[in-house]
Design a protein around this ligand. Structure first.
Ligand code: FEO
Length: 400
């Protein structure tokens, strides 16, 4: 059964959601599922904006057929070649062989890489190229590295709709409502939107800033991303979040405590730090066990907050593995411009503080406050004073 929705007079949503996939990109848990968005624009010419992931192919093809209602498909615009959107492109062209593929030259090259050949009808476009469909006029704008180098976006200058590729997307399956203003987005979706952004394109803040600058020159009434809901109101709020994330600015002044603890002693010190910070007026403290919380959530939380306490045991003369994994992931995602504090533990030769510091010093604009509190197996009673001094340093910095 087809399942399409009219978004505006000429625009039809033909995407679908997957709640079966455990790991997006085989790495990010998606307990709330994910949507793969595609759109059909019906004008004198017809256009499909992006194909879809192989997992939802049959639903997608039924949807496209229903949206076209017997008309031929003139164009398919390929914004991004990642297989969660492009895996079904050649299958589409078998069904609609006269369709012209519109994409960047780089995307055409990737088609050869993925499929072993280029589509028969291909129109390579570059920055500012236009395509008239009759009433609607499309303008193509390049968005390299948001999230791959071949990415572009399309602006429908007639209806002022931005087809934004991966940008402004989020994890989370759609349940019937298609617009963000029909959902409790801030309460139920924002964490997944942040986790999606920071982990998928977090590394490419400069490139996202370039796209935001271009977007600022456009009159945008609606944003149609490749994942998650469509935006037709409160656009500034969501664009503002992306502006903060891509400038590596925290969303809020606050402390996240992340600990890597083998038998609970490092955890006890980390939790004592939570109490000491609360006693100093810090609100909304969040603590996470790095062994139990997926690293993608930890990366997301580190992007959200202004201050992070890293507490880790020493393991194999190094940083306890889950914490080491987090620090490497933060470095890979260009995490920067934060204030941090360190707690280490080691029963005979504590190394984790020194090694965590070395990792953090490779990141940009990371300020390490206070003295590292060094535990030997467990916090000694006399170390309450050291923890309190570190809490003072964090709280004072947080209140600046
Ligand atoms: Fe949703 Fe980068 O693909």
């Amino acid at each position: 059964m087809h399942n399409i929705q009219s978004i505006s007079k000429d625009l039809v949503y033909v995407g679908s959601s997957d709640r079966r996939l455990a790991l997006f990109e085989n790495v990010y848990p998606i307990p709330r599922g994910v949507s793969y968005n595609s759109y059909v624009l019906l004008d004198e010419k017809t256009v499909l904006f992006d194909t879809t992931d192989a997992s939802v192919a049959s639903q997608f093809f039924e949807n496209v057929q229903a949206a076209l209602a017997g008309r031929k498909l003139d164009y398919v615009v390929v914004h991004h070649m990642e297989p969660d959107h492009a895996a079904t492109l050649m299958d589409l062209l078998l069904r609609y062989p006269e369709t012209t593929v519109v994409c960047t030259a780089k995307a055409a090259q990737m088609m050869e890489q993925f499929f072993g050949g280029k589509p028969a009808n291909l129109m390579a476009v570059k920055e500012g190229d236009t395509l008239s469909l009759g009433k609607h006029s499309l303008v193509f704008t390049m968005a390299p590295m948001v999230h791959w180098p071949e990415v572009m976006m399309t602006y429908d200058a007639t209806d002022k709709v931005l087809f934004s590729a991966d940008a402004f997307g989020t994890f989370g399956a759609l349940s019937g409502n298609i617009f963000a203003d029909e959902m409790n987005f801030e309460g139920e979706w924002l964490n997944d939107a942040r986790r999606y952004y920071t982990n998928i394109v977090g590394k490419y803040g400069v490139q996202v800033q370039n796209v935001l600058k271009k977007a600022a020159t456009l009159d945008i009434k609606m944003i149609c991303p490749l994942h998650g809901p469509v935006w037709r109101s409160n656009l500034e709020w969501f664009i503002g979040k992306h502006d903060l994330w891509s400038r590596y600015e925290p969303e809020e002044k606050g402390v996240v405590i992340i600990y890597g603890s083998i038998y609970g002693h490092t955890e006890a010190a980390a939790m004592r730090m939570g109490t000491l910070l609360a006693q100093r007026g810090i609100k909304n403290i969040k603590a996470y066990d790095a062994s139990h919380t997926h690293v993608s959530e930890l990366v997301s939380e580190c992007f959200r907050a202004s201050h992070v306490v890293f507490a880790s045991s020493t393991y194999n003369n190094g940083i306890f593995t889950p914490m080491e994994n987090l620090l490497l992931d933060l470095k890979a995602h260009a995490w920067q411009r934060r204030t941090v504090a360190l707690i280490e533990n080691g029963s005979w030769a504590a190394q984790s503080g020194k090694l965590m510091r070395a990792e953090l010093e490779q990141m940009k604009d990371i300020t390490i406050v206070g003295d590292t509190v060094s535990l030997k197996s467990a916090a000694a009673p006399a170390q309450e004073e050291q923890l309190a001094a570190l809490a003072d340093a964090i709280a004072n910095s947080c209140k600046l």
